[in-house]
Design a protein around this ligand. Structure first.
Ligand code: KG4
Ligand code: ZN
Length: 350
């Protein structure tokens, strides 16, 4: 069986174009990414067509730049890993077709990776300025919260991922973004809500904490979003402007409460005292503050990878893919991109 020391990784599942060279130990040798926030800003949200076109423009120059930055050449890598599911179909196709073409042209294998598996394995990534805690290992609980996903998983070992719970409607990041849009704070909204919250009081408005008392690991944010919209609409124009920090702080606290409550339940029920937070929402300063206090108080080992490995990035796809290539797995040229999760990727459990 061939051995893979280093791979080229491609991530284009949503609105970030990212290319990385990663080795089998998770060392990120080079990473180059382009964020499309400016392109989507005028629309107040991600436009799939715009995302796909931007990936086409950015991807190949990023591949070249990634080799240059890492002072490497094609002969230094033995395979290609690429996100093939889930995500925006047009965006995924750009990455997958590019990976297939490069694999064929350079005579090296490629593998399609589940984007969520990438997020789950992000705590193994390291680079010149960041090292994860020494001896970090399976099993652990993972809370993945981004614009597209809110999943609570039990990561037993490589390839053995139990989905304990997930959102039944909007993702946590979506709840932040949609509320920010109502408040006229711009895109992406999570960062704005976080910023305004710092000057507000979290007790000013009473918002619901959907599903918080239910004995499961699911999330629901659409009712909270409606409550936020109603509270805002009830105010006069003058009050609306004045109350933005208070609305943000109260709304943010409700989301963080839901996330922390379910994380606590997962730790209590599984008995696993180790958790990782990942996805763009894990950048939220209040979530980080609460998670840190909680982990210290309860003696829980917690890892929040640096933001560059929490948000969508190719390095996590490289790490997940190279582990699988080294287990003898690879994809065929007939592999198709899929907007949803492959039913074999995860084990559903409660
Ligand atoms: O992981 P990510 O970069 O892309 C995917 O959606 O997969 O996550 C982006 C999401 C957006 O919804 C954004 O508003 C949210 O992460 N986000 C935040 C913060 N920074 C980014 N949400 C709350 N607070 C933040 N500081
Ligand atoms: Zn993601």
């Amino acid at each position: 069986m061939p051995s893979f020391d280093q791979v080229l990784a491609i991530e284009t599942s949503c609105d970030d174009t990212s290319v990385a060279i990663v080795n089998k130990e998770g060392e990120v040798k080079s990473i180059c990414s382009v964020n499309q926030d400016l392109a989507h800003k005028p629309f107040g949200g991600i436009v799939p067509e715009v995302a796909g076109r931007n990936h086409v423009t950015h991807l190949m120059p990023l591949v070249e730049l990634c080799f240059k930055k890492g002072e490497m050449k094609w002969s230094d890598i033995q395979g290609i890993t690429v996100t093939s599911r889930p995500g925006l179909i047009g965006s995924l196709i750009v990455g997958l077709v590019t990976a297939k073409t490069l694999s064929f042209a350079h005579g090296i294998p490629f593998i399609g990776v589940n984007h969520l598996e990438g997020h789950l394995l992000a705590p193994f990534l390291k680079d010149k300025t960041y090292r994860p805690p020494e001896n970090f290992c399976y099993p652990y609980i993972a809370l993945t919260v981004s614009g597209g996903h809110s999943h609570l998983c039990y990561v037993k070992s490589l390839g053995e991922y139990h989905i304990l719970g997930q959102t039944i409607d909007d993702a946590a990041g979506e709840a932040f973004d949609k509320f920010a849009k109502v408040l006229g704070l711009g895109f992406p909204g999570g960062v704005q809500v976080d910023k305004f919250s710092k000057q507000g009081s979290k007790e000013s408005f009473i918002f619901p904490r959907p599903l918080i008392k239910e004995d499961n690991y699911n999330f629901s944010f659409s009712g909270l979003k409606t409550a936020g919209l109603r509270a805002f609409k009830k105010l006069t124009l003058e009050e609306q402007k004045k109350q933005i920090p208070n609305l943000c702080a109260s709304y943010q606290e409700a989301i963080v409460d839901c996330l922390m409550q379910k994380a606590q339940r997962a730790i209590d029920k599984t008995g696993i005292q180790k958790i990782i937070f990942t996805g763009g929402v894990s950048a939220n300063s209040r979530l980080r503050e609460r998670a840190l206090e909680w982990s210290k108080k309860n003696h829980i080992e917690m890892v929040i990878p640096p933001l560059r490995y929490c948000t969508d990035n190719a390095a996590m796809i490289g790490y997940a893919g190279i582990q699988r290539l080294n287990r003898g797995e690879f994809s065929l040229q007939s592999l198709e991109a899929s907007p949803s999760i492959d039913e074999n990727d995860f084990i559903m459990s409660v």
